[in-house]
Design a protein around this ligand. Structure first.
Ligand code: SOE
Length: 399
């Protein structure tokens, strides 16, 4: 294939420009410079509500234009994909409208704020796919090379039959009760708290790495701090900016058990109150033939225990997942020179562009996003019913 500029263009329009918008922007900028893409992404336009702020974001993040009307993206012939980086309460409206308008969609996680919304998004994606219009949900941690390697080892039978999955997502950004309200603490905007924001990630990781689905859960939710100060900057969350306190309407932490479709047992923790843990995503898989362990705080490492080894010398092997032959290897730096949080977003763009060029369903699909949404909903129903066991529809093993 010739140089990037000779590739067919993929015009991109992005809605939202905060943390996820910035992470996605760096991925659209970077992917064609480190990977040989079949389509040439062109960062055409970013949409946001505040005119001055979105103009500044366009300049800072590298977008050709800015608009305060996200529907403009659907009406532009030079936009072929809409990248949804907004809070969860607008995912369904924007993604469905974009798909109906014939635009491919990349939608941030969680797919939606409810199963009903997620089901509508899947229906729109299924209809659009018949017209060659495709959609992906952005569970980016799947695209950390060590996580991809873990998936490959499980798929190759290197841990045998999965017996246990132990998954944690630990943060501490609101452990201080004085941290003010934000949209993530407002059920109307976020749908749920730690459960949907970070619990969604570890549910997806457990299902992706094992290739199995959760078929039942039993869970607890807790809100430790139920009132917080209104933010000084905006009264968008109700109340007068910077005066008084308002209600937290989501969970601060979720703890739940699950049974996997292959018969294994899973345990999950998702909390924003783990003082000292900033973005600690930990996954351990114990199988009949070995174990795998991953910790995002050492994201370039995968630990592997092979139960067939001589007990006298057996132990967890520390694999530095930066070799050319490793997932996404050979595109970045020489072995041992590690990757960071942002590289998974670039890998997401690389895989998505390759799928669009090939007319292949990107993964994770909206159906995968719906599967996660069903787990979140089941945990909420279990927790509301004093932790009863809630069954989930037995689904085909994940692809
Ligand atoms: C906040 O918890 C957050 O920004 C999540 O929303 C992201 O998905 C995660 O990658 C980092 O933390």
């Amino acid at each position: 294939m010739g140089p990037q500029e000779e590739r067919p263009e993929l015009g991109v329009g992005m809605v939202g420009y905060a943390f996820m918008g910035a992470a996605h922007s760096q991925a659209w900028r970077t992917a064609p410079r480190f990977f040989d893409l079949p389509l040439a992404p062109r960062m055409r336009v970013v949409a946001g509500r505040d005119a001055a702020a979105v103009e500044a974001a366009a300049s800072r993040l590298g977008w050709d234009a800015a608009t305060t009307r996200w529907r403009d993206l659907l009406e532009r012939d030079d936009v072929g994909l809409v990248d949804v980086c907004t809070p969860g309460d607008t995912h369904a409206e924007i993604a469905i409208a974009a798909l109906d308008a014939g635009k491919h969609v990349l939608c941030e996680k969680p797919l939606a704020n409810s199963v009903t919304e997620a089901e509508a998004m899947v229906a729109a994606a299924d209809s659009a796919a018949e017209r060659g219009v495709l959609a992906m949900v952005g569970f980016t941690y799947r695209r950390v090379p060590a996580v991809q390697l873990a998936r490959r080892l499980v798929e190759a039978g290197r841990v045998g039959q999965v017996r246990h999955v132990r998954a944690q997502y630990l943060q501490d950004w609101i452990a201080d009760p004085q941290v003010p309200l934000s949209w993530r603490l407002d059920k109307a905007k976020a749908g749920s708290g730690a459960l949907g924001d970070i619990g969604a990630h570890v549910v997806d990781l457990a299902q992706f790495v094992t290739g199995e689905r959760l078929v039942g859960v039993n869970g607890m939710l807790e809100t430790f701090v139920r009132e917080r100060p209104y933010p000084a900057s905006s009264s968008a969350l109700g109340g007068a900016a910077g005066e008084g306190t308002g209600p937290v309407t989501v969970d601060d932490a979720a703890v739940f058990l699950g049974r996997l479709s292959g018969g294994g047992l899973a345990s999950f923790e998702a909390t924003r109150f783990a003082w000292g843990r900033k973005n600690a995503i930990r996954l351990e898989v114990n199988g009949s033939a070995g174990s795998l362990a991953f910790d995002f705080e050492d994201m370039n490492l995968l630990h592997y225990f092979d139960a067939s080894e001589d007990p006298a010398t057996a132990g967890f092997r520390r694999i530095v997942v930066t070799e050319p032959g490793h997932p996404y290897g050979g595109h970045w730096w020489p072995a041992g020179h590690g990757l960071g949080y942002e590289h998974a977003f670039t890998h997401q763009v690389v895989d998505l562009v390759g799928d669009l060029a090939a007319g292949r369903q990107p993964e994770p699909s909206f159906a995968d996003g719906l599967a996660v949404q069903r787990v979140l909903d089941a945990v909420e129903r279990s927790a509301a019913d004093q932790g009863c066991w809630v069954d989930l529809p037995a689904a085909a093993t994940a692809g």
